[in-house]
Design a binder for this molecule. Structure first.
Ligand SMILES: [Zn+2]
Length: 421
């Protein structure tokens, strides 16, 4: 981004029927032709030579592909995260390479910082002084932190699956937390949207069916993967799915790269959910349209991966075509596999993720058509330090010994014996 970058031009598109329109000023983002939500498409005026050759220092490097004014950007340095080679995981899978896109190093510990940074910049452009979100944890943390950064107030509406530690992280940045006693994210969305209308707050939730600006930041993941692989896109990109805005956004980012002539096609995309809340897997299996999925919320979300326990696909209008148009897959893993994957990733690659993110690790074994040439990119969405309480019952205790050499040597030798036996 240079100092003189003008705000990007953008239009609205419908992935359901192909309708397109100019930007609008009212808050109704449903397609007049088919009723699906409209998404944003930036009319990229980007010179690939100019914008994909130097190293980004944050997500805002890609400002010409974002639909807000970069001069007003509310930023904490989000994005530009590492892409790490994971040779031991690749060997276990008999794959050519596993590349870990480590989003857990973002400012508040999750990829949501990218989305919230763009969304709150939109709120600033509109001149609003308060933002409100519905969140099971990570969006609340990001919204509260970025509101503090912007000098705005934040209202954080949480539902039944919100993690205790994340709620504390979120309120530490000064946001006002309100816990609504229901397991249904959708019910809380309805409440939040009414409150936004009444109090003139910006609705900063990362649900593209309500607010298309707020999911735009996820596109930058695709740009970074392109850049970090030197344009040699992986065969698969695998990501956790709650509402679907992450994977839908990554897909739209790859579509931008194709439109810019930088890539021939998007990688195959895999969305992973917890078996206890898997509306994407169900929709792909049944062939349901986005509007049909809204009629059948997941009846009783129940999983340790609370951050993706969304009862409906709030971004089904982008995540369904993301899977279908890339010959992708929707996978699900149970809670025992989530914990196994979490510990395996931590012990083999040194990255501790939260359970919500750990769904991807064991799911890698289910990916079709993987051979020793395949390159698999895995999006690690959230930091395990955010949700230690969820995994602490499964972690070993420290050995407790008196301050003697005998006790120490005994303990070390016993541990060595256990590991060799
Ligand atoms: Zn339409």
């Amino acid at each position: 981004m240079t100092k003189h970058t003008p705000p990007a031009l953008y239009g609205l598109v419908c992935y359901g029927c192909g309708y397109s329109a100019a930007p609008k000023t009212d808050a109704d983002y449903s397609c007049p032709e088919c009723g699906e939500p409209l998404s944003i498409e930036v009319a990229a005026r980007v010179s690939p030579l100019e914008h994909f050759t130097t190293k980004p220092d944050s997500m805002w490097y890609y400002a010409p592909l974002l639909p807000v004014d970069p001069h007003q950007a509310v930023s904490l340095g989000e994005g530009a995260t590492p892409l790490l080679n994971a040779p031991r995981l690749a060997e276990e899978l008999s794959a050519g390479a596993v590349l870990l896109k480590n989003e857990s190093v973002n400012p508040t510990g999750s990829f949501k910082d990218r989305q919230v940074s763009v969304g709150i910049t939109r709120a600033r452009e509109l001149g609003l002084d308060t933002v409100a979100v519905v969140s099971s944890g990570n969006v609340a943390c990001a919204a509260s932190a970025y509101a503090a950064r912007a000098g705005m107030k934040s209202i954080l509406m949480m539902h039944g699956h919100a993690g205790g530690a994340k709620a504390q992280q979120a309120t530490a940045y000064g946001g006002q937390a309100i816990r609504v006693d229901t397991p249904s994210a959708r019910a809380v969305f309805d409440l939040c949207r009414e409150a936004c209308k009444r109090f003139n707050w910006y609705h900063l939730s990362t649900a593209g069916m309500y607010e298309p600006f707020n999911v735009e930041g996820a596109k930058t993941l695709a740009y970074e993967i392109y850049q970090q692989t030197g344009g040699e896109l992986p065969d698969w990109v695998v990501a956790p799915v709650g509402g679907g805005g992450l994977l839908g956004g990554i897909w739209r980012g790859f579509c931008d790269l194709v439109r810019l002539g930088l890539a021939d096609r998007a990688p195959r995309l895999a969305g992973v959910q917890a078996a206890g809340c898997a509306p994407l897997a169900e929709a792909i299996r049944s062939g349901a349209s986005f509007l049909e999925t809204l009629e059948h919320p997941w009846p009783n979300p129940e999983t340790i991966a609370g951050g993706i326990a969304d009862d409906i696909l709030f971004d089904g209008h982008t995540v369904l075509p993301a899977i279908r148009e890339t010959d992708g897959v929707a996978l699900a893993v149970d809670d025992a596999a989530i914990l196994r994957g979490l510990q395996r990733l931590a012990e083999t690659e040194g990255i501790l993720v939260e359970p919500t993110c750990a769904v991807v690790v064991e799911a890698l074994k289910q990916l079709p058509d993987v051979d020793n040439e395949s390159r698999i990119c895995v999006i690690l969405t959230g930091n395990g330090v955010k949700d230690l309480a969820a995994i602490s019952p499964h972690l070993p205790e420290a050995a407790h010994i008196p301050p003697t050499e005998e006790a120490l040597f005994d303990t070390v030798e016993r541990r060595q014996h256990e590991h060799s036996g």
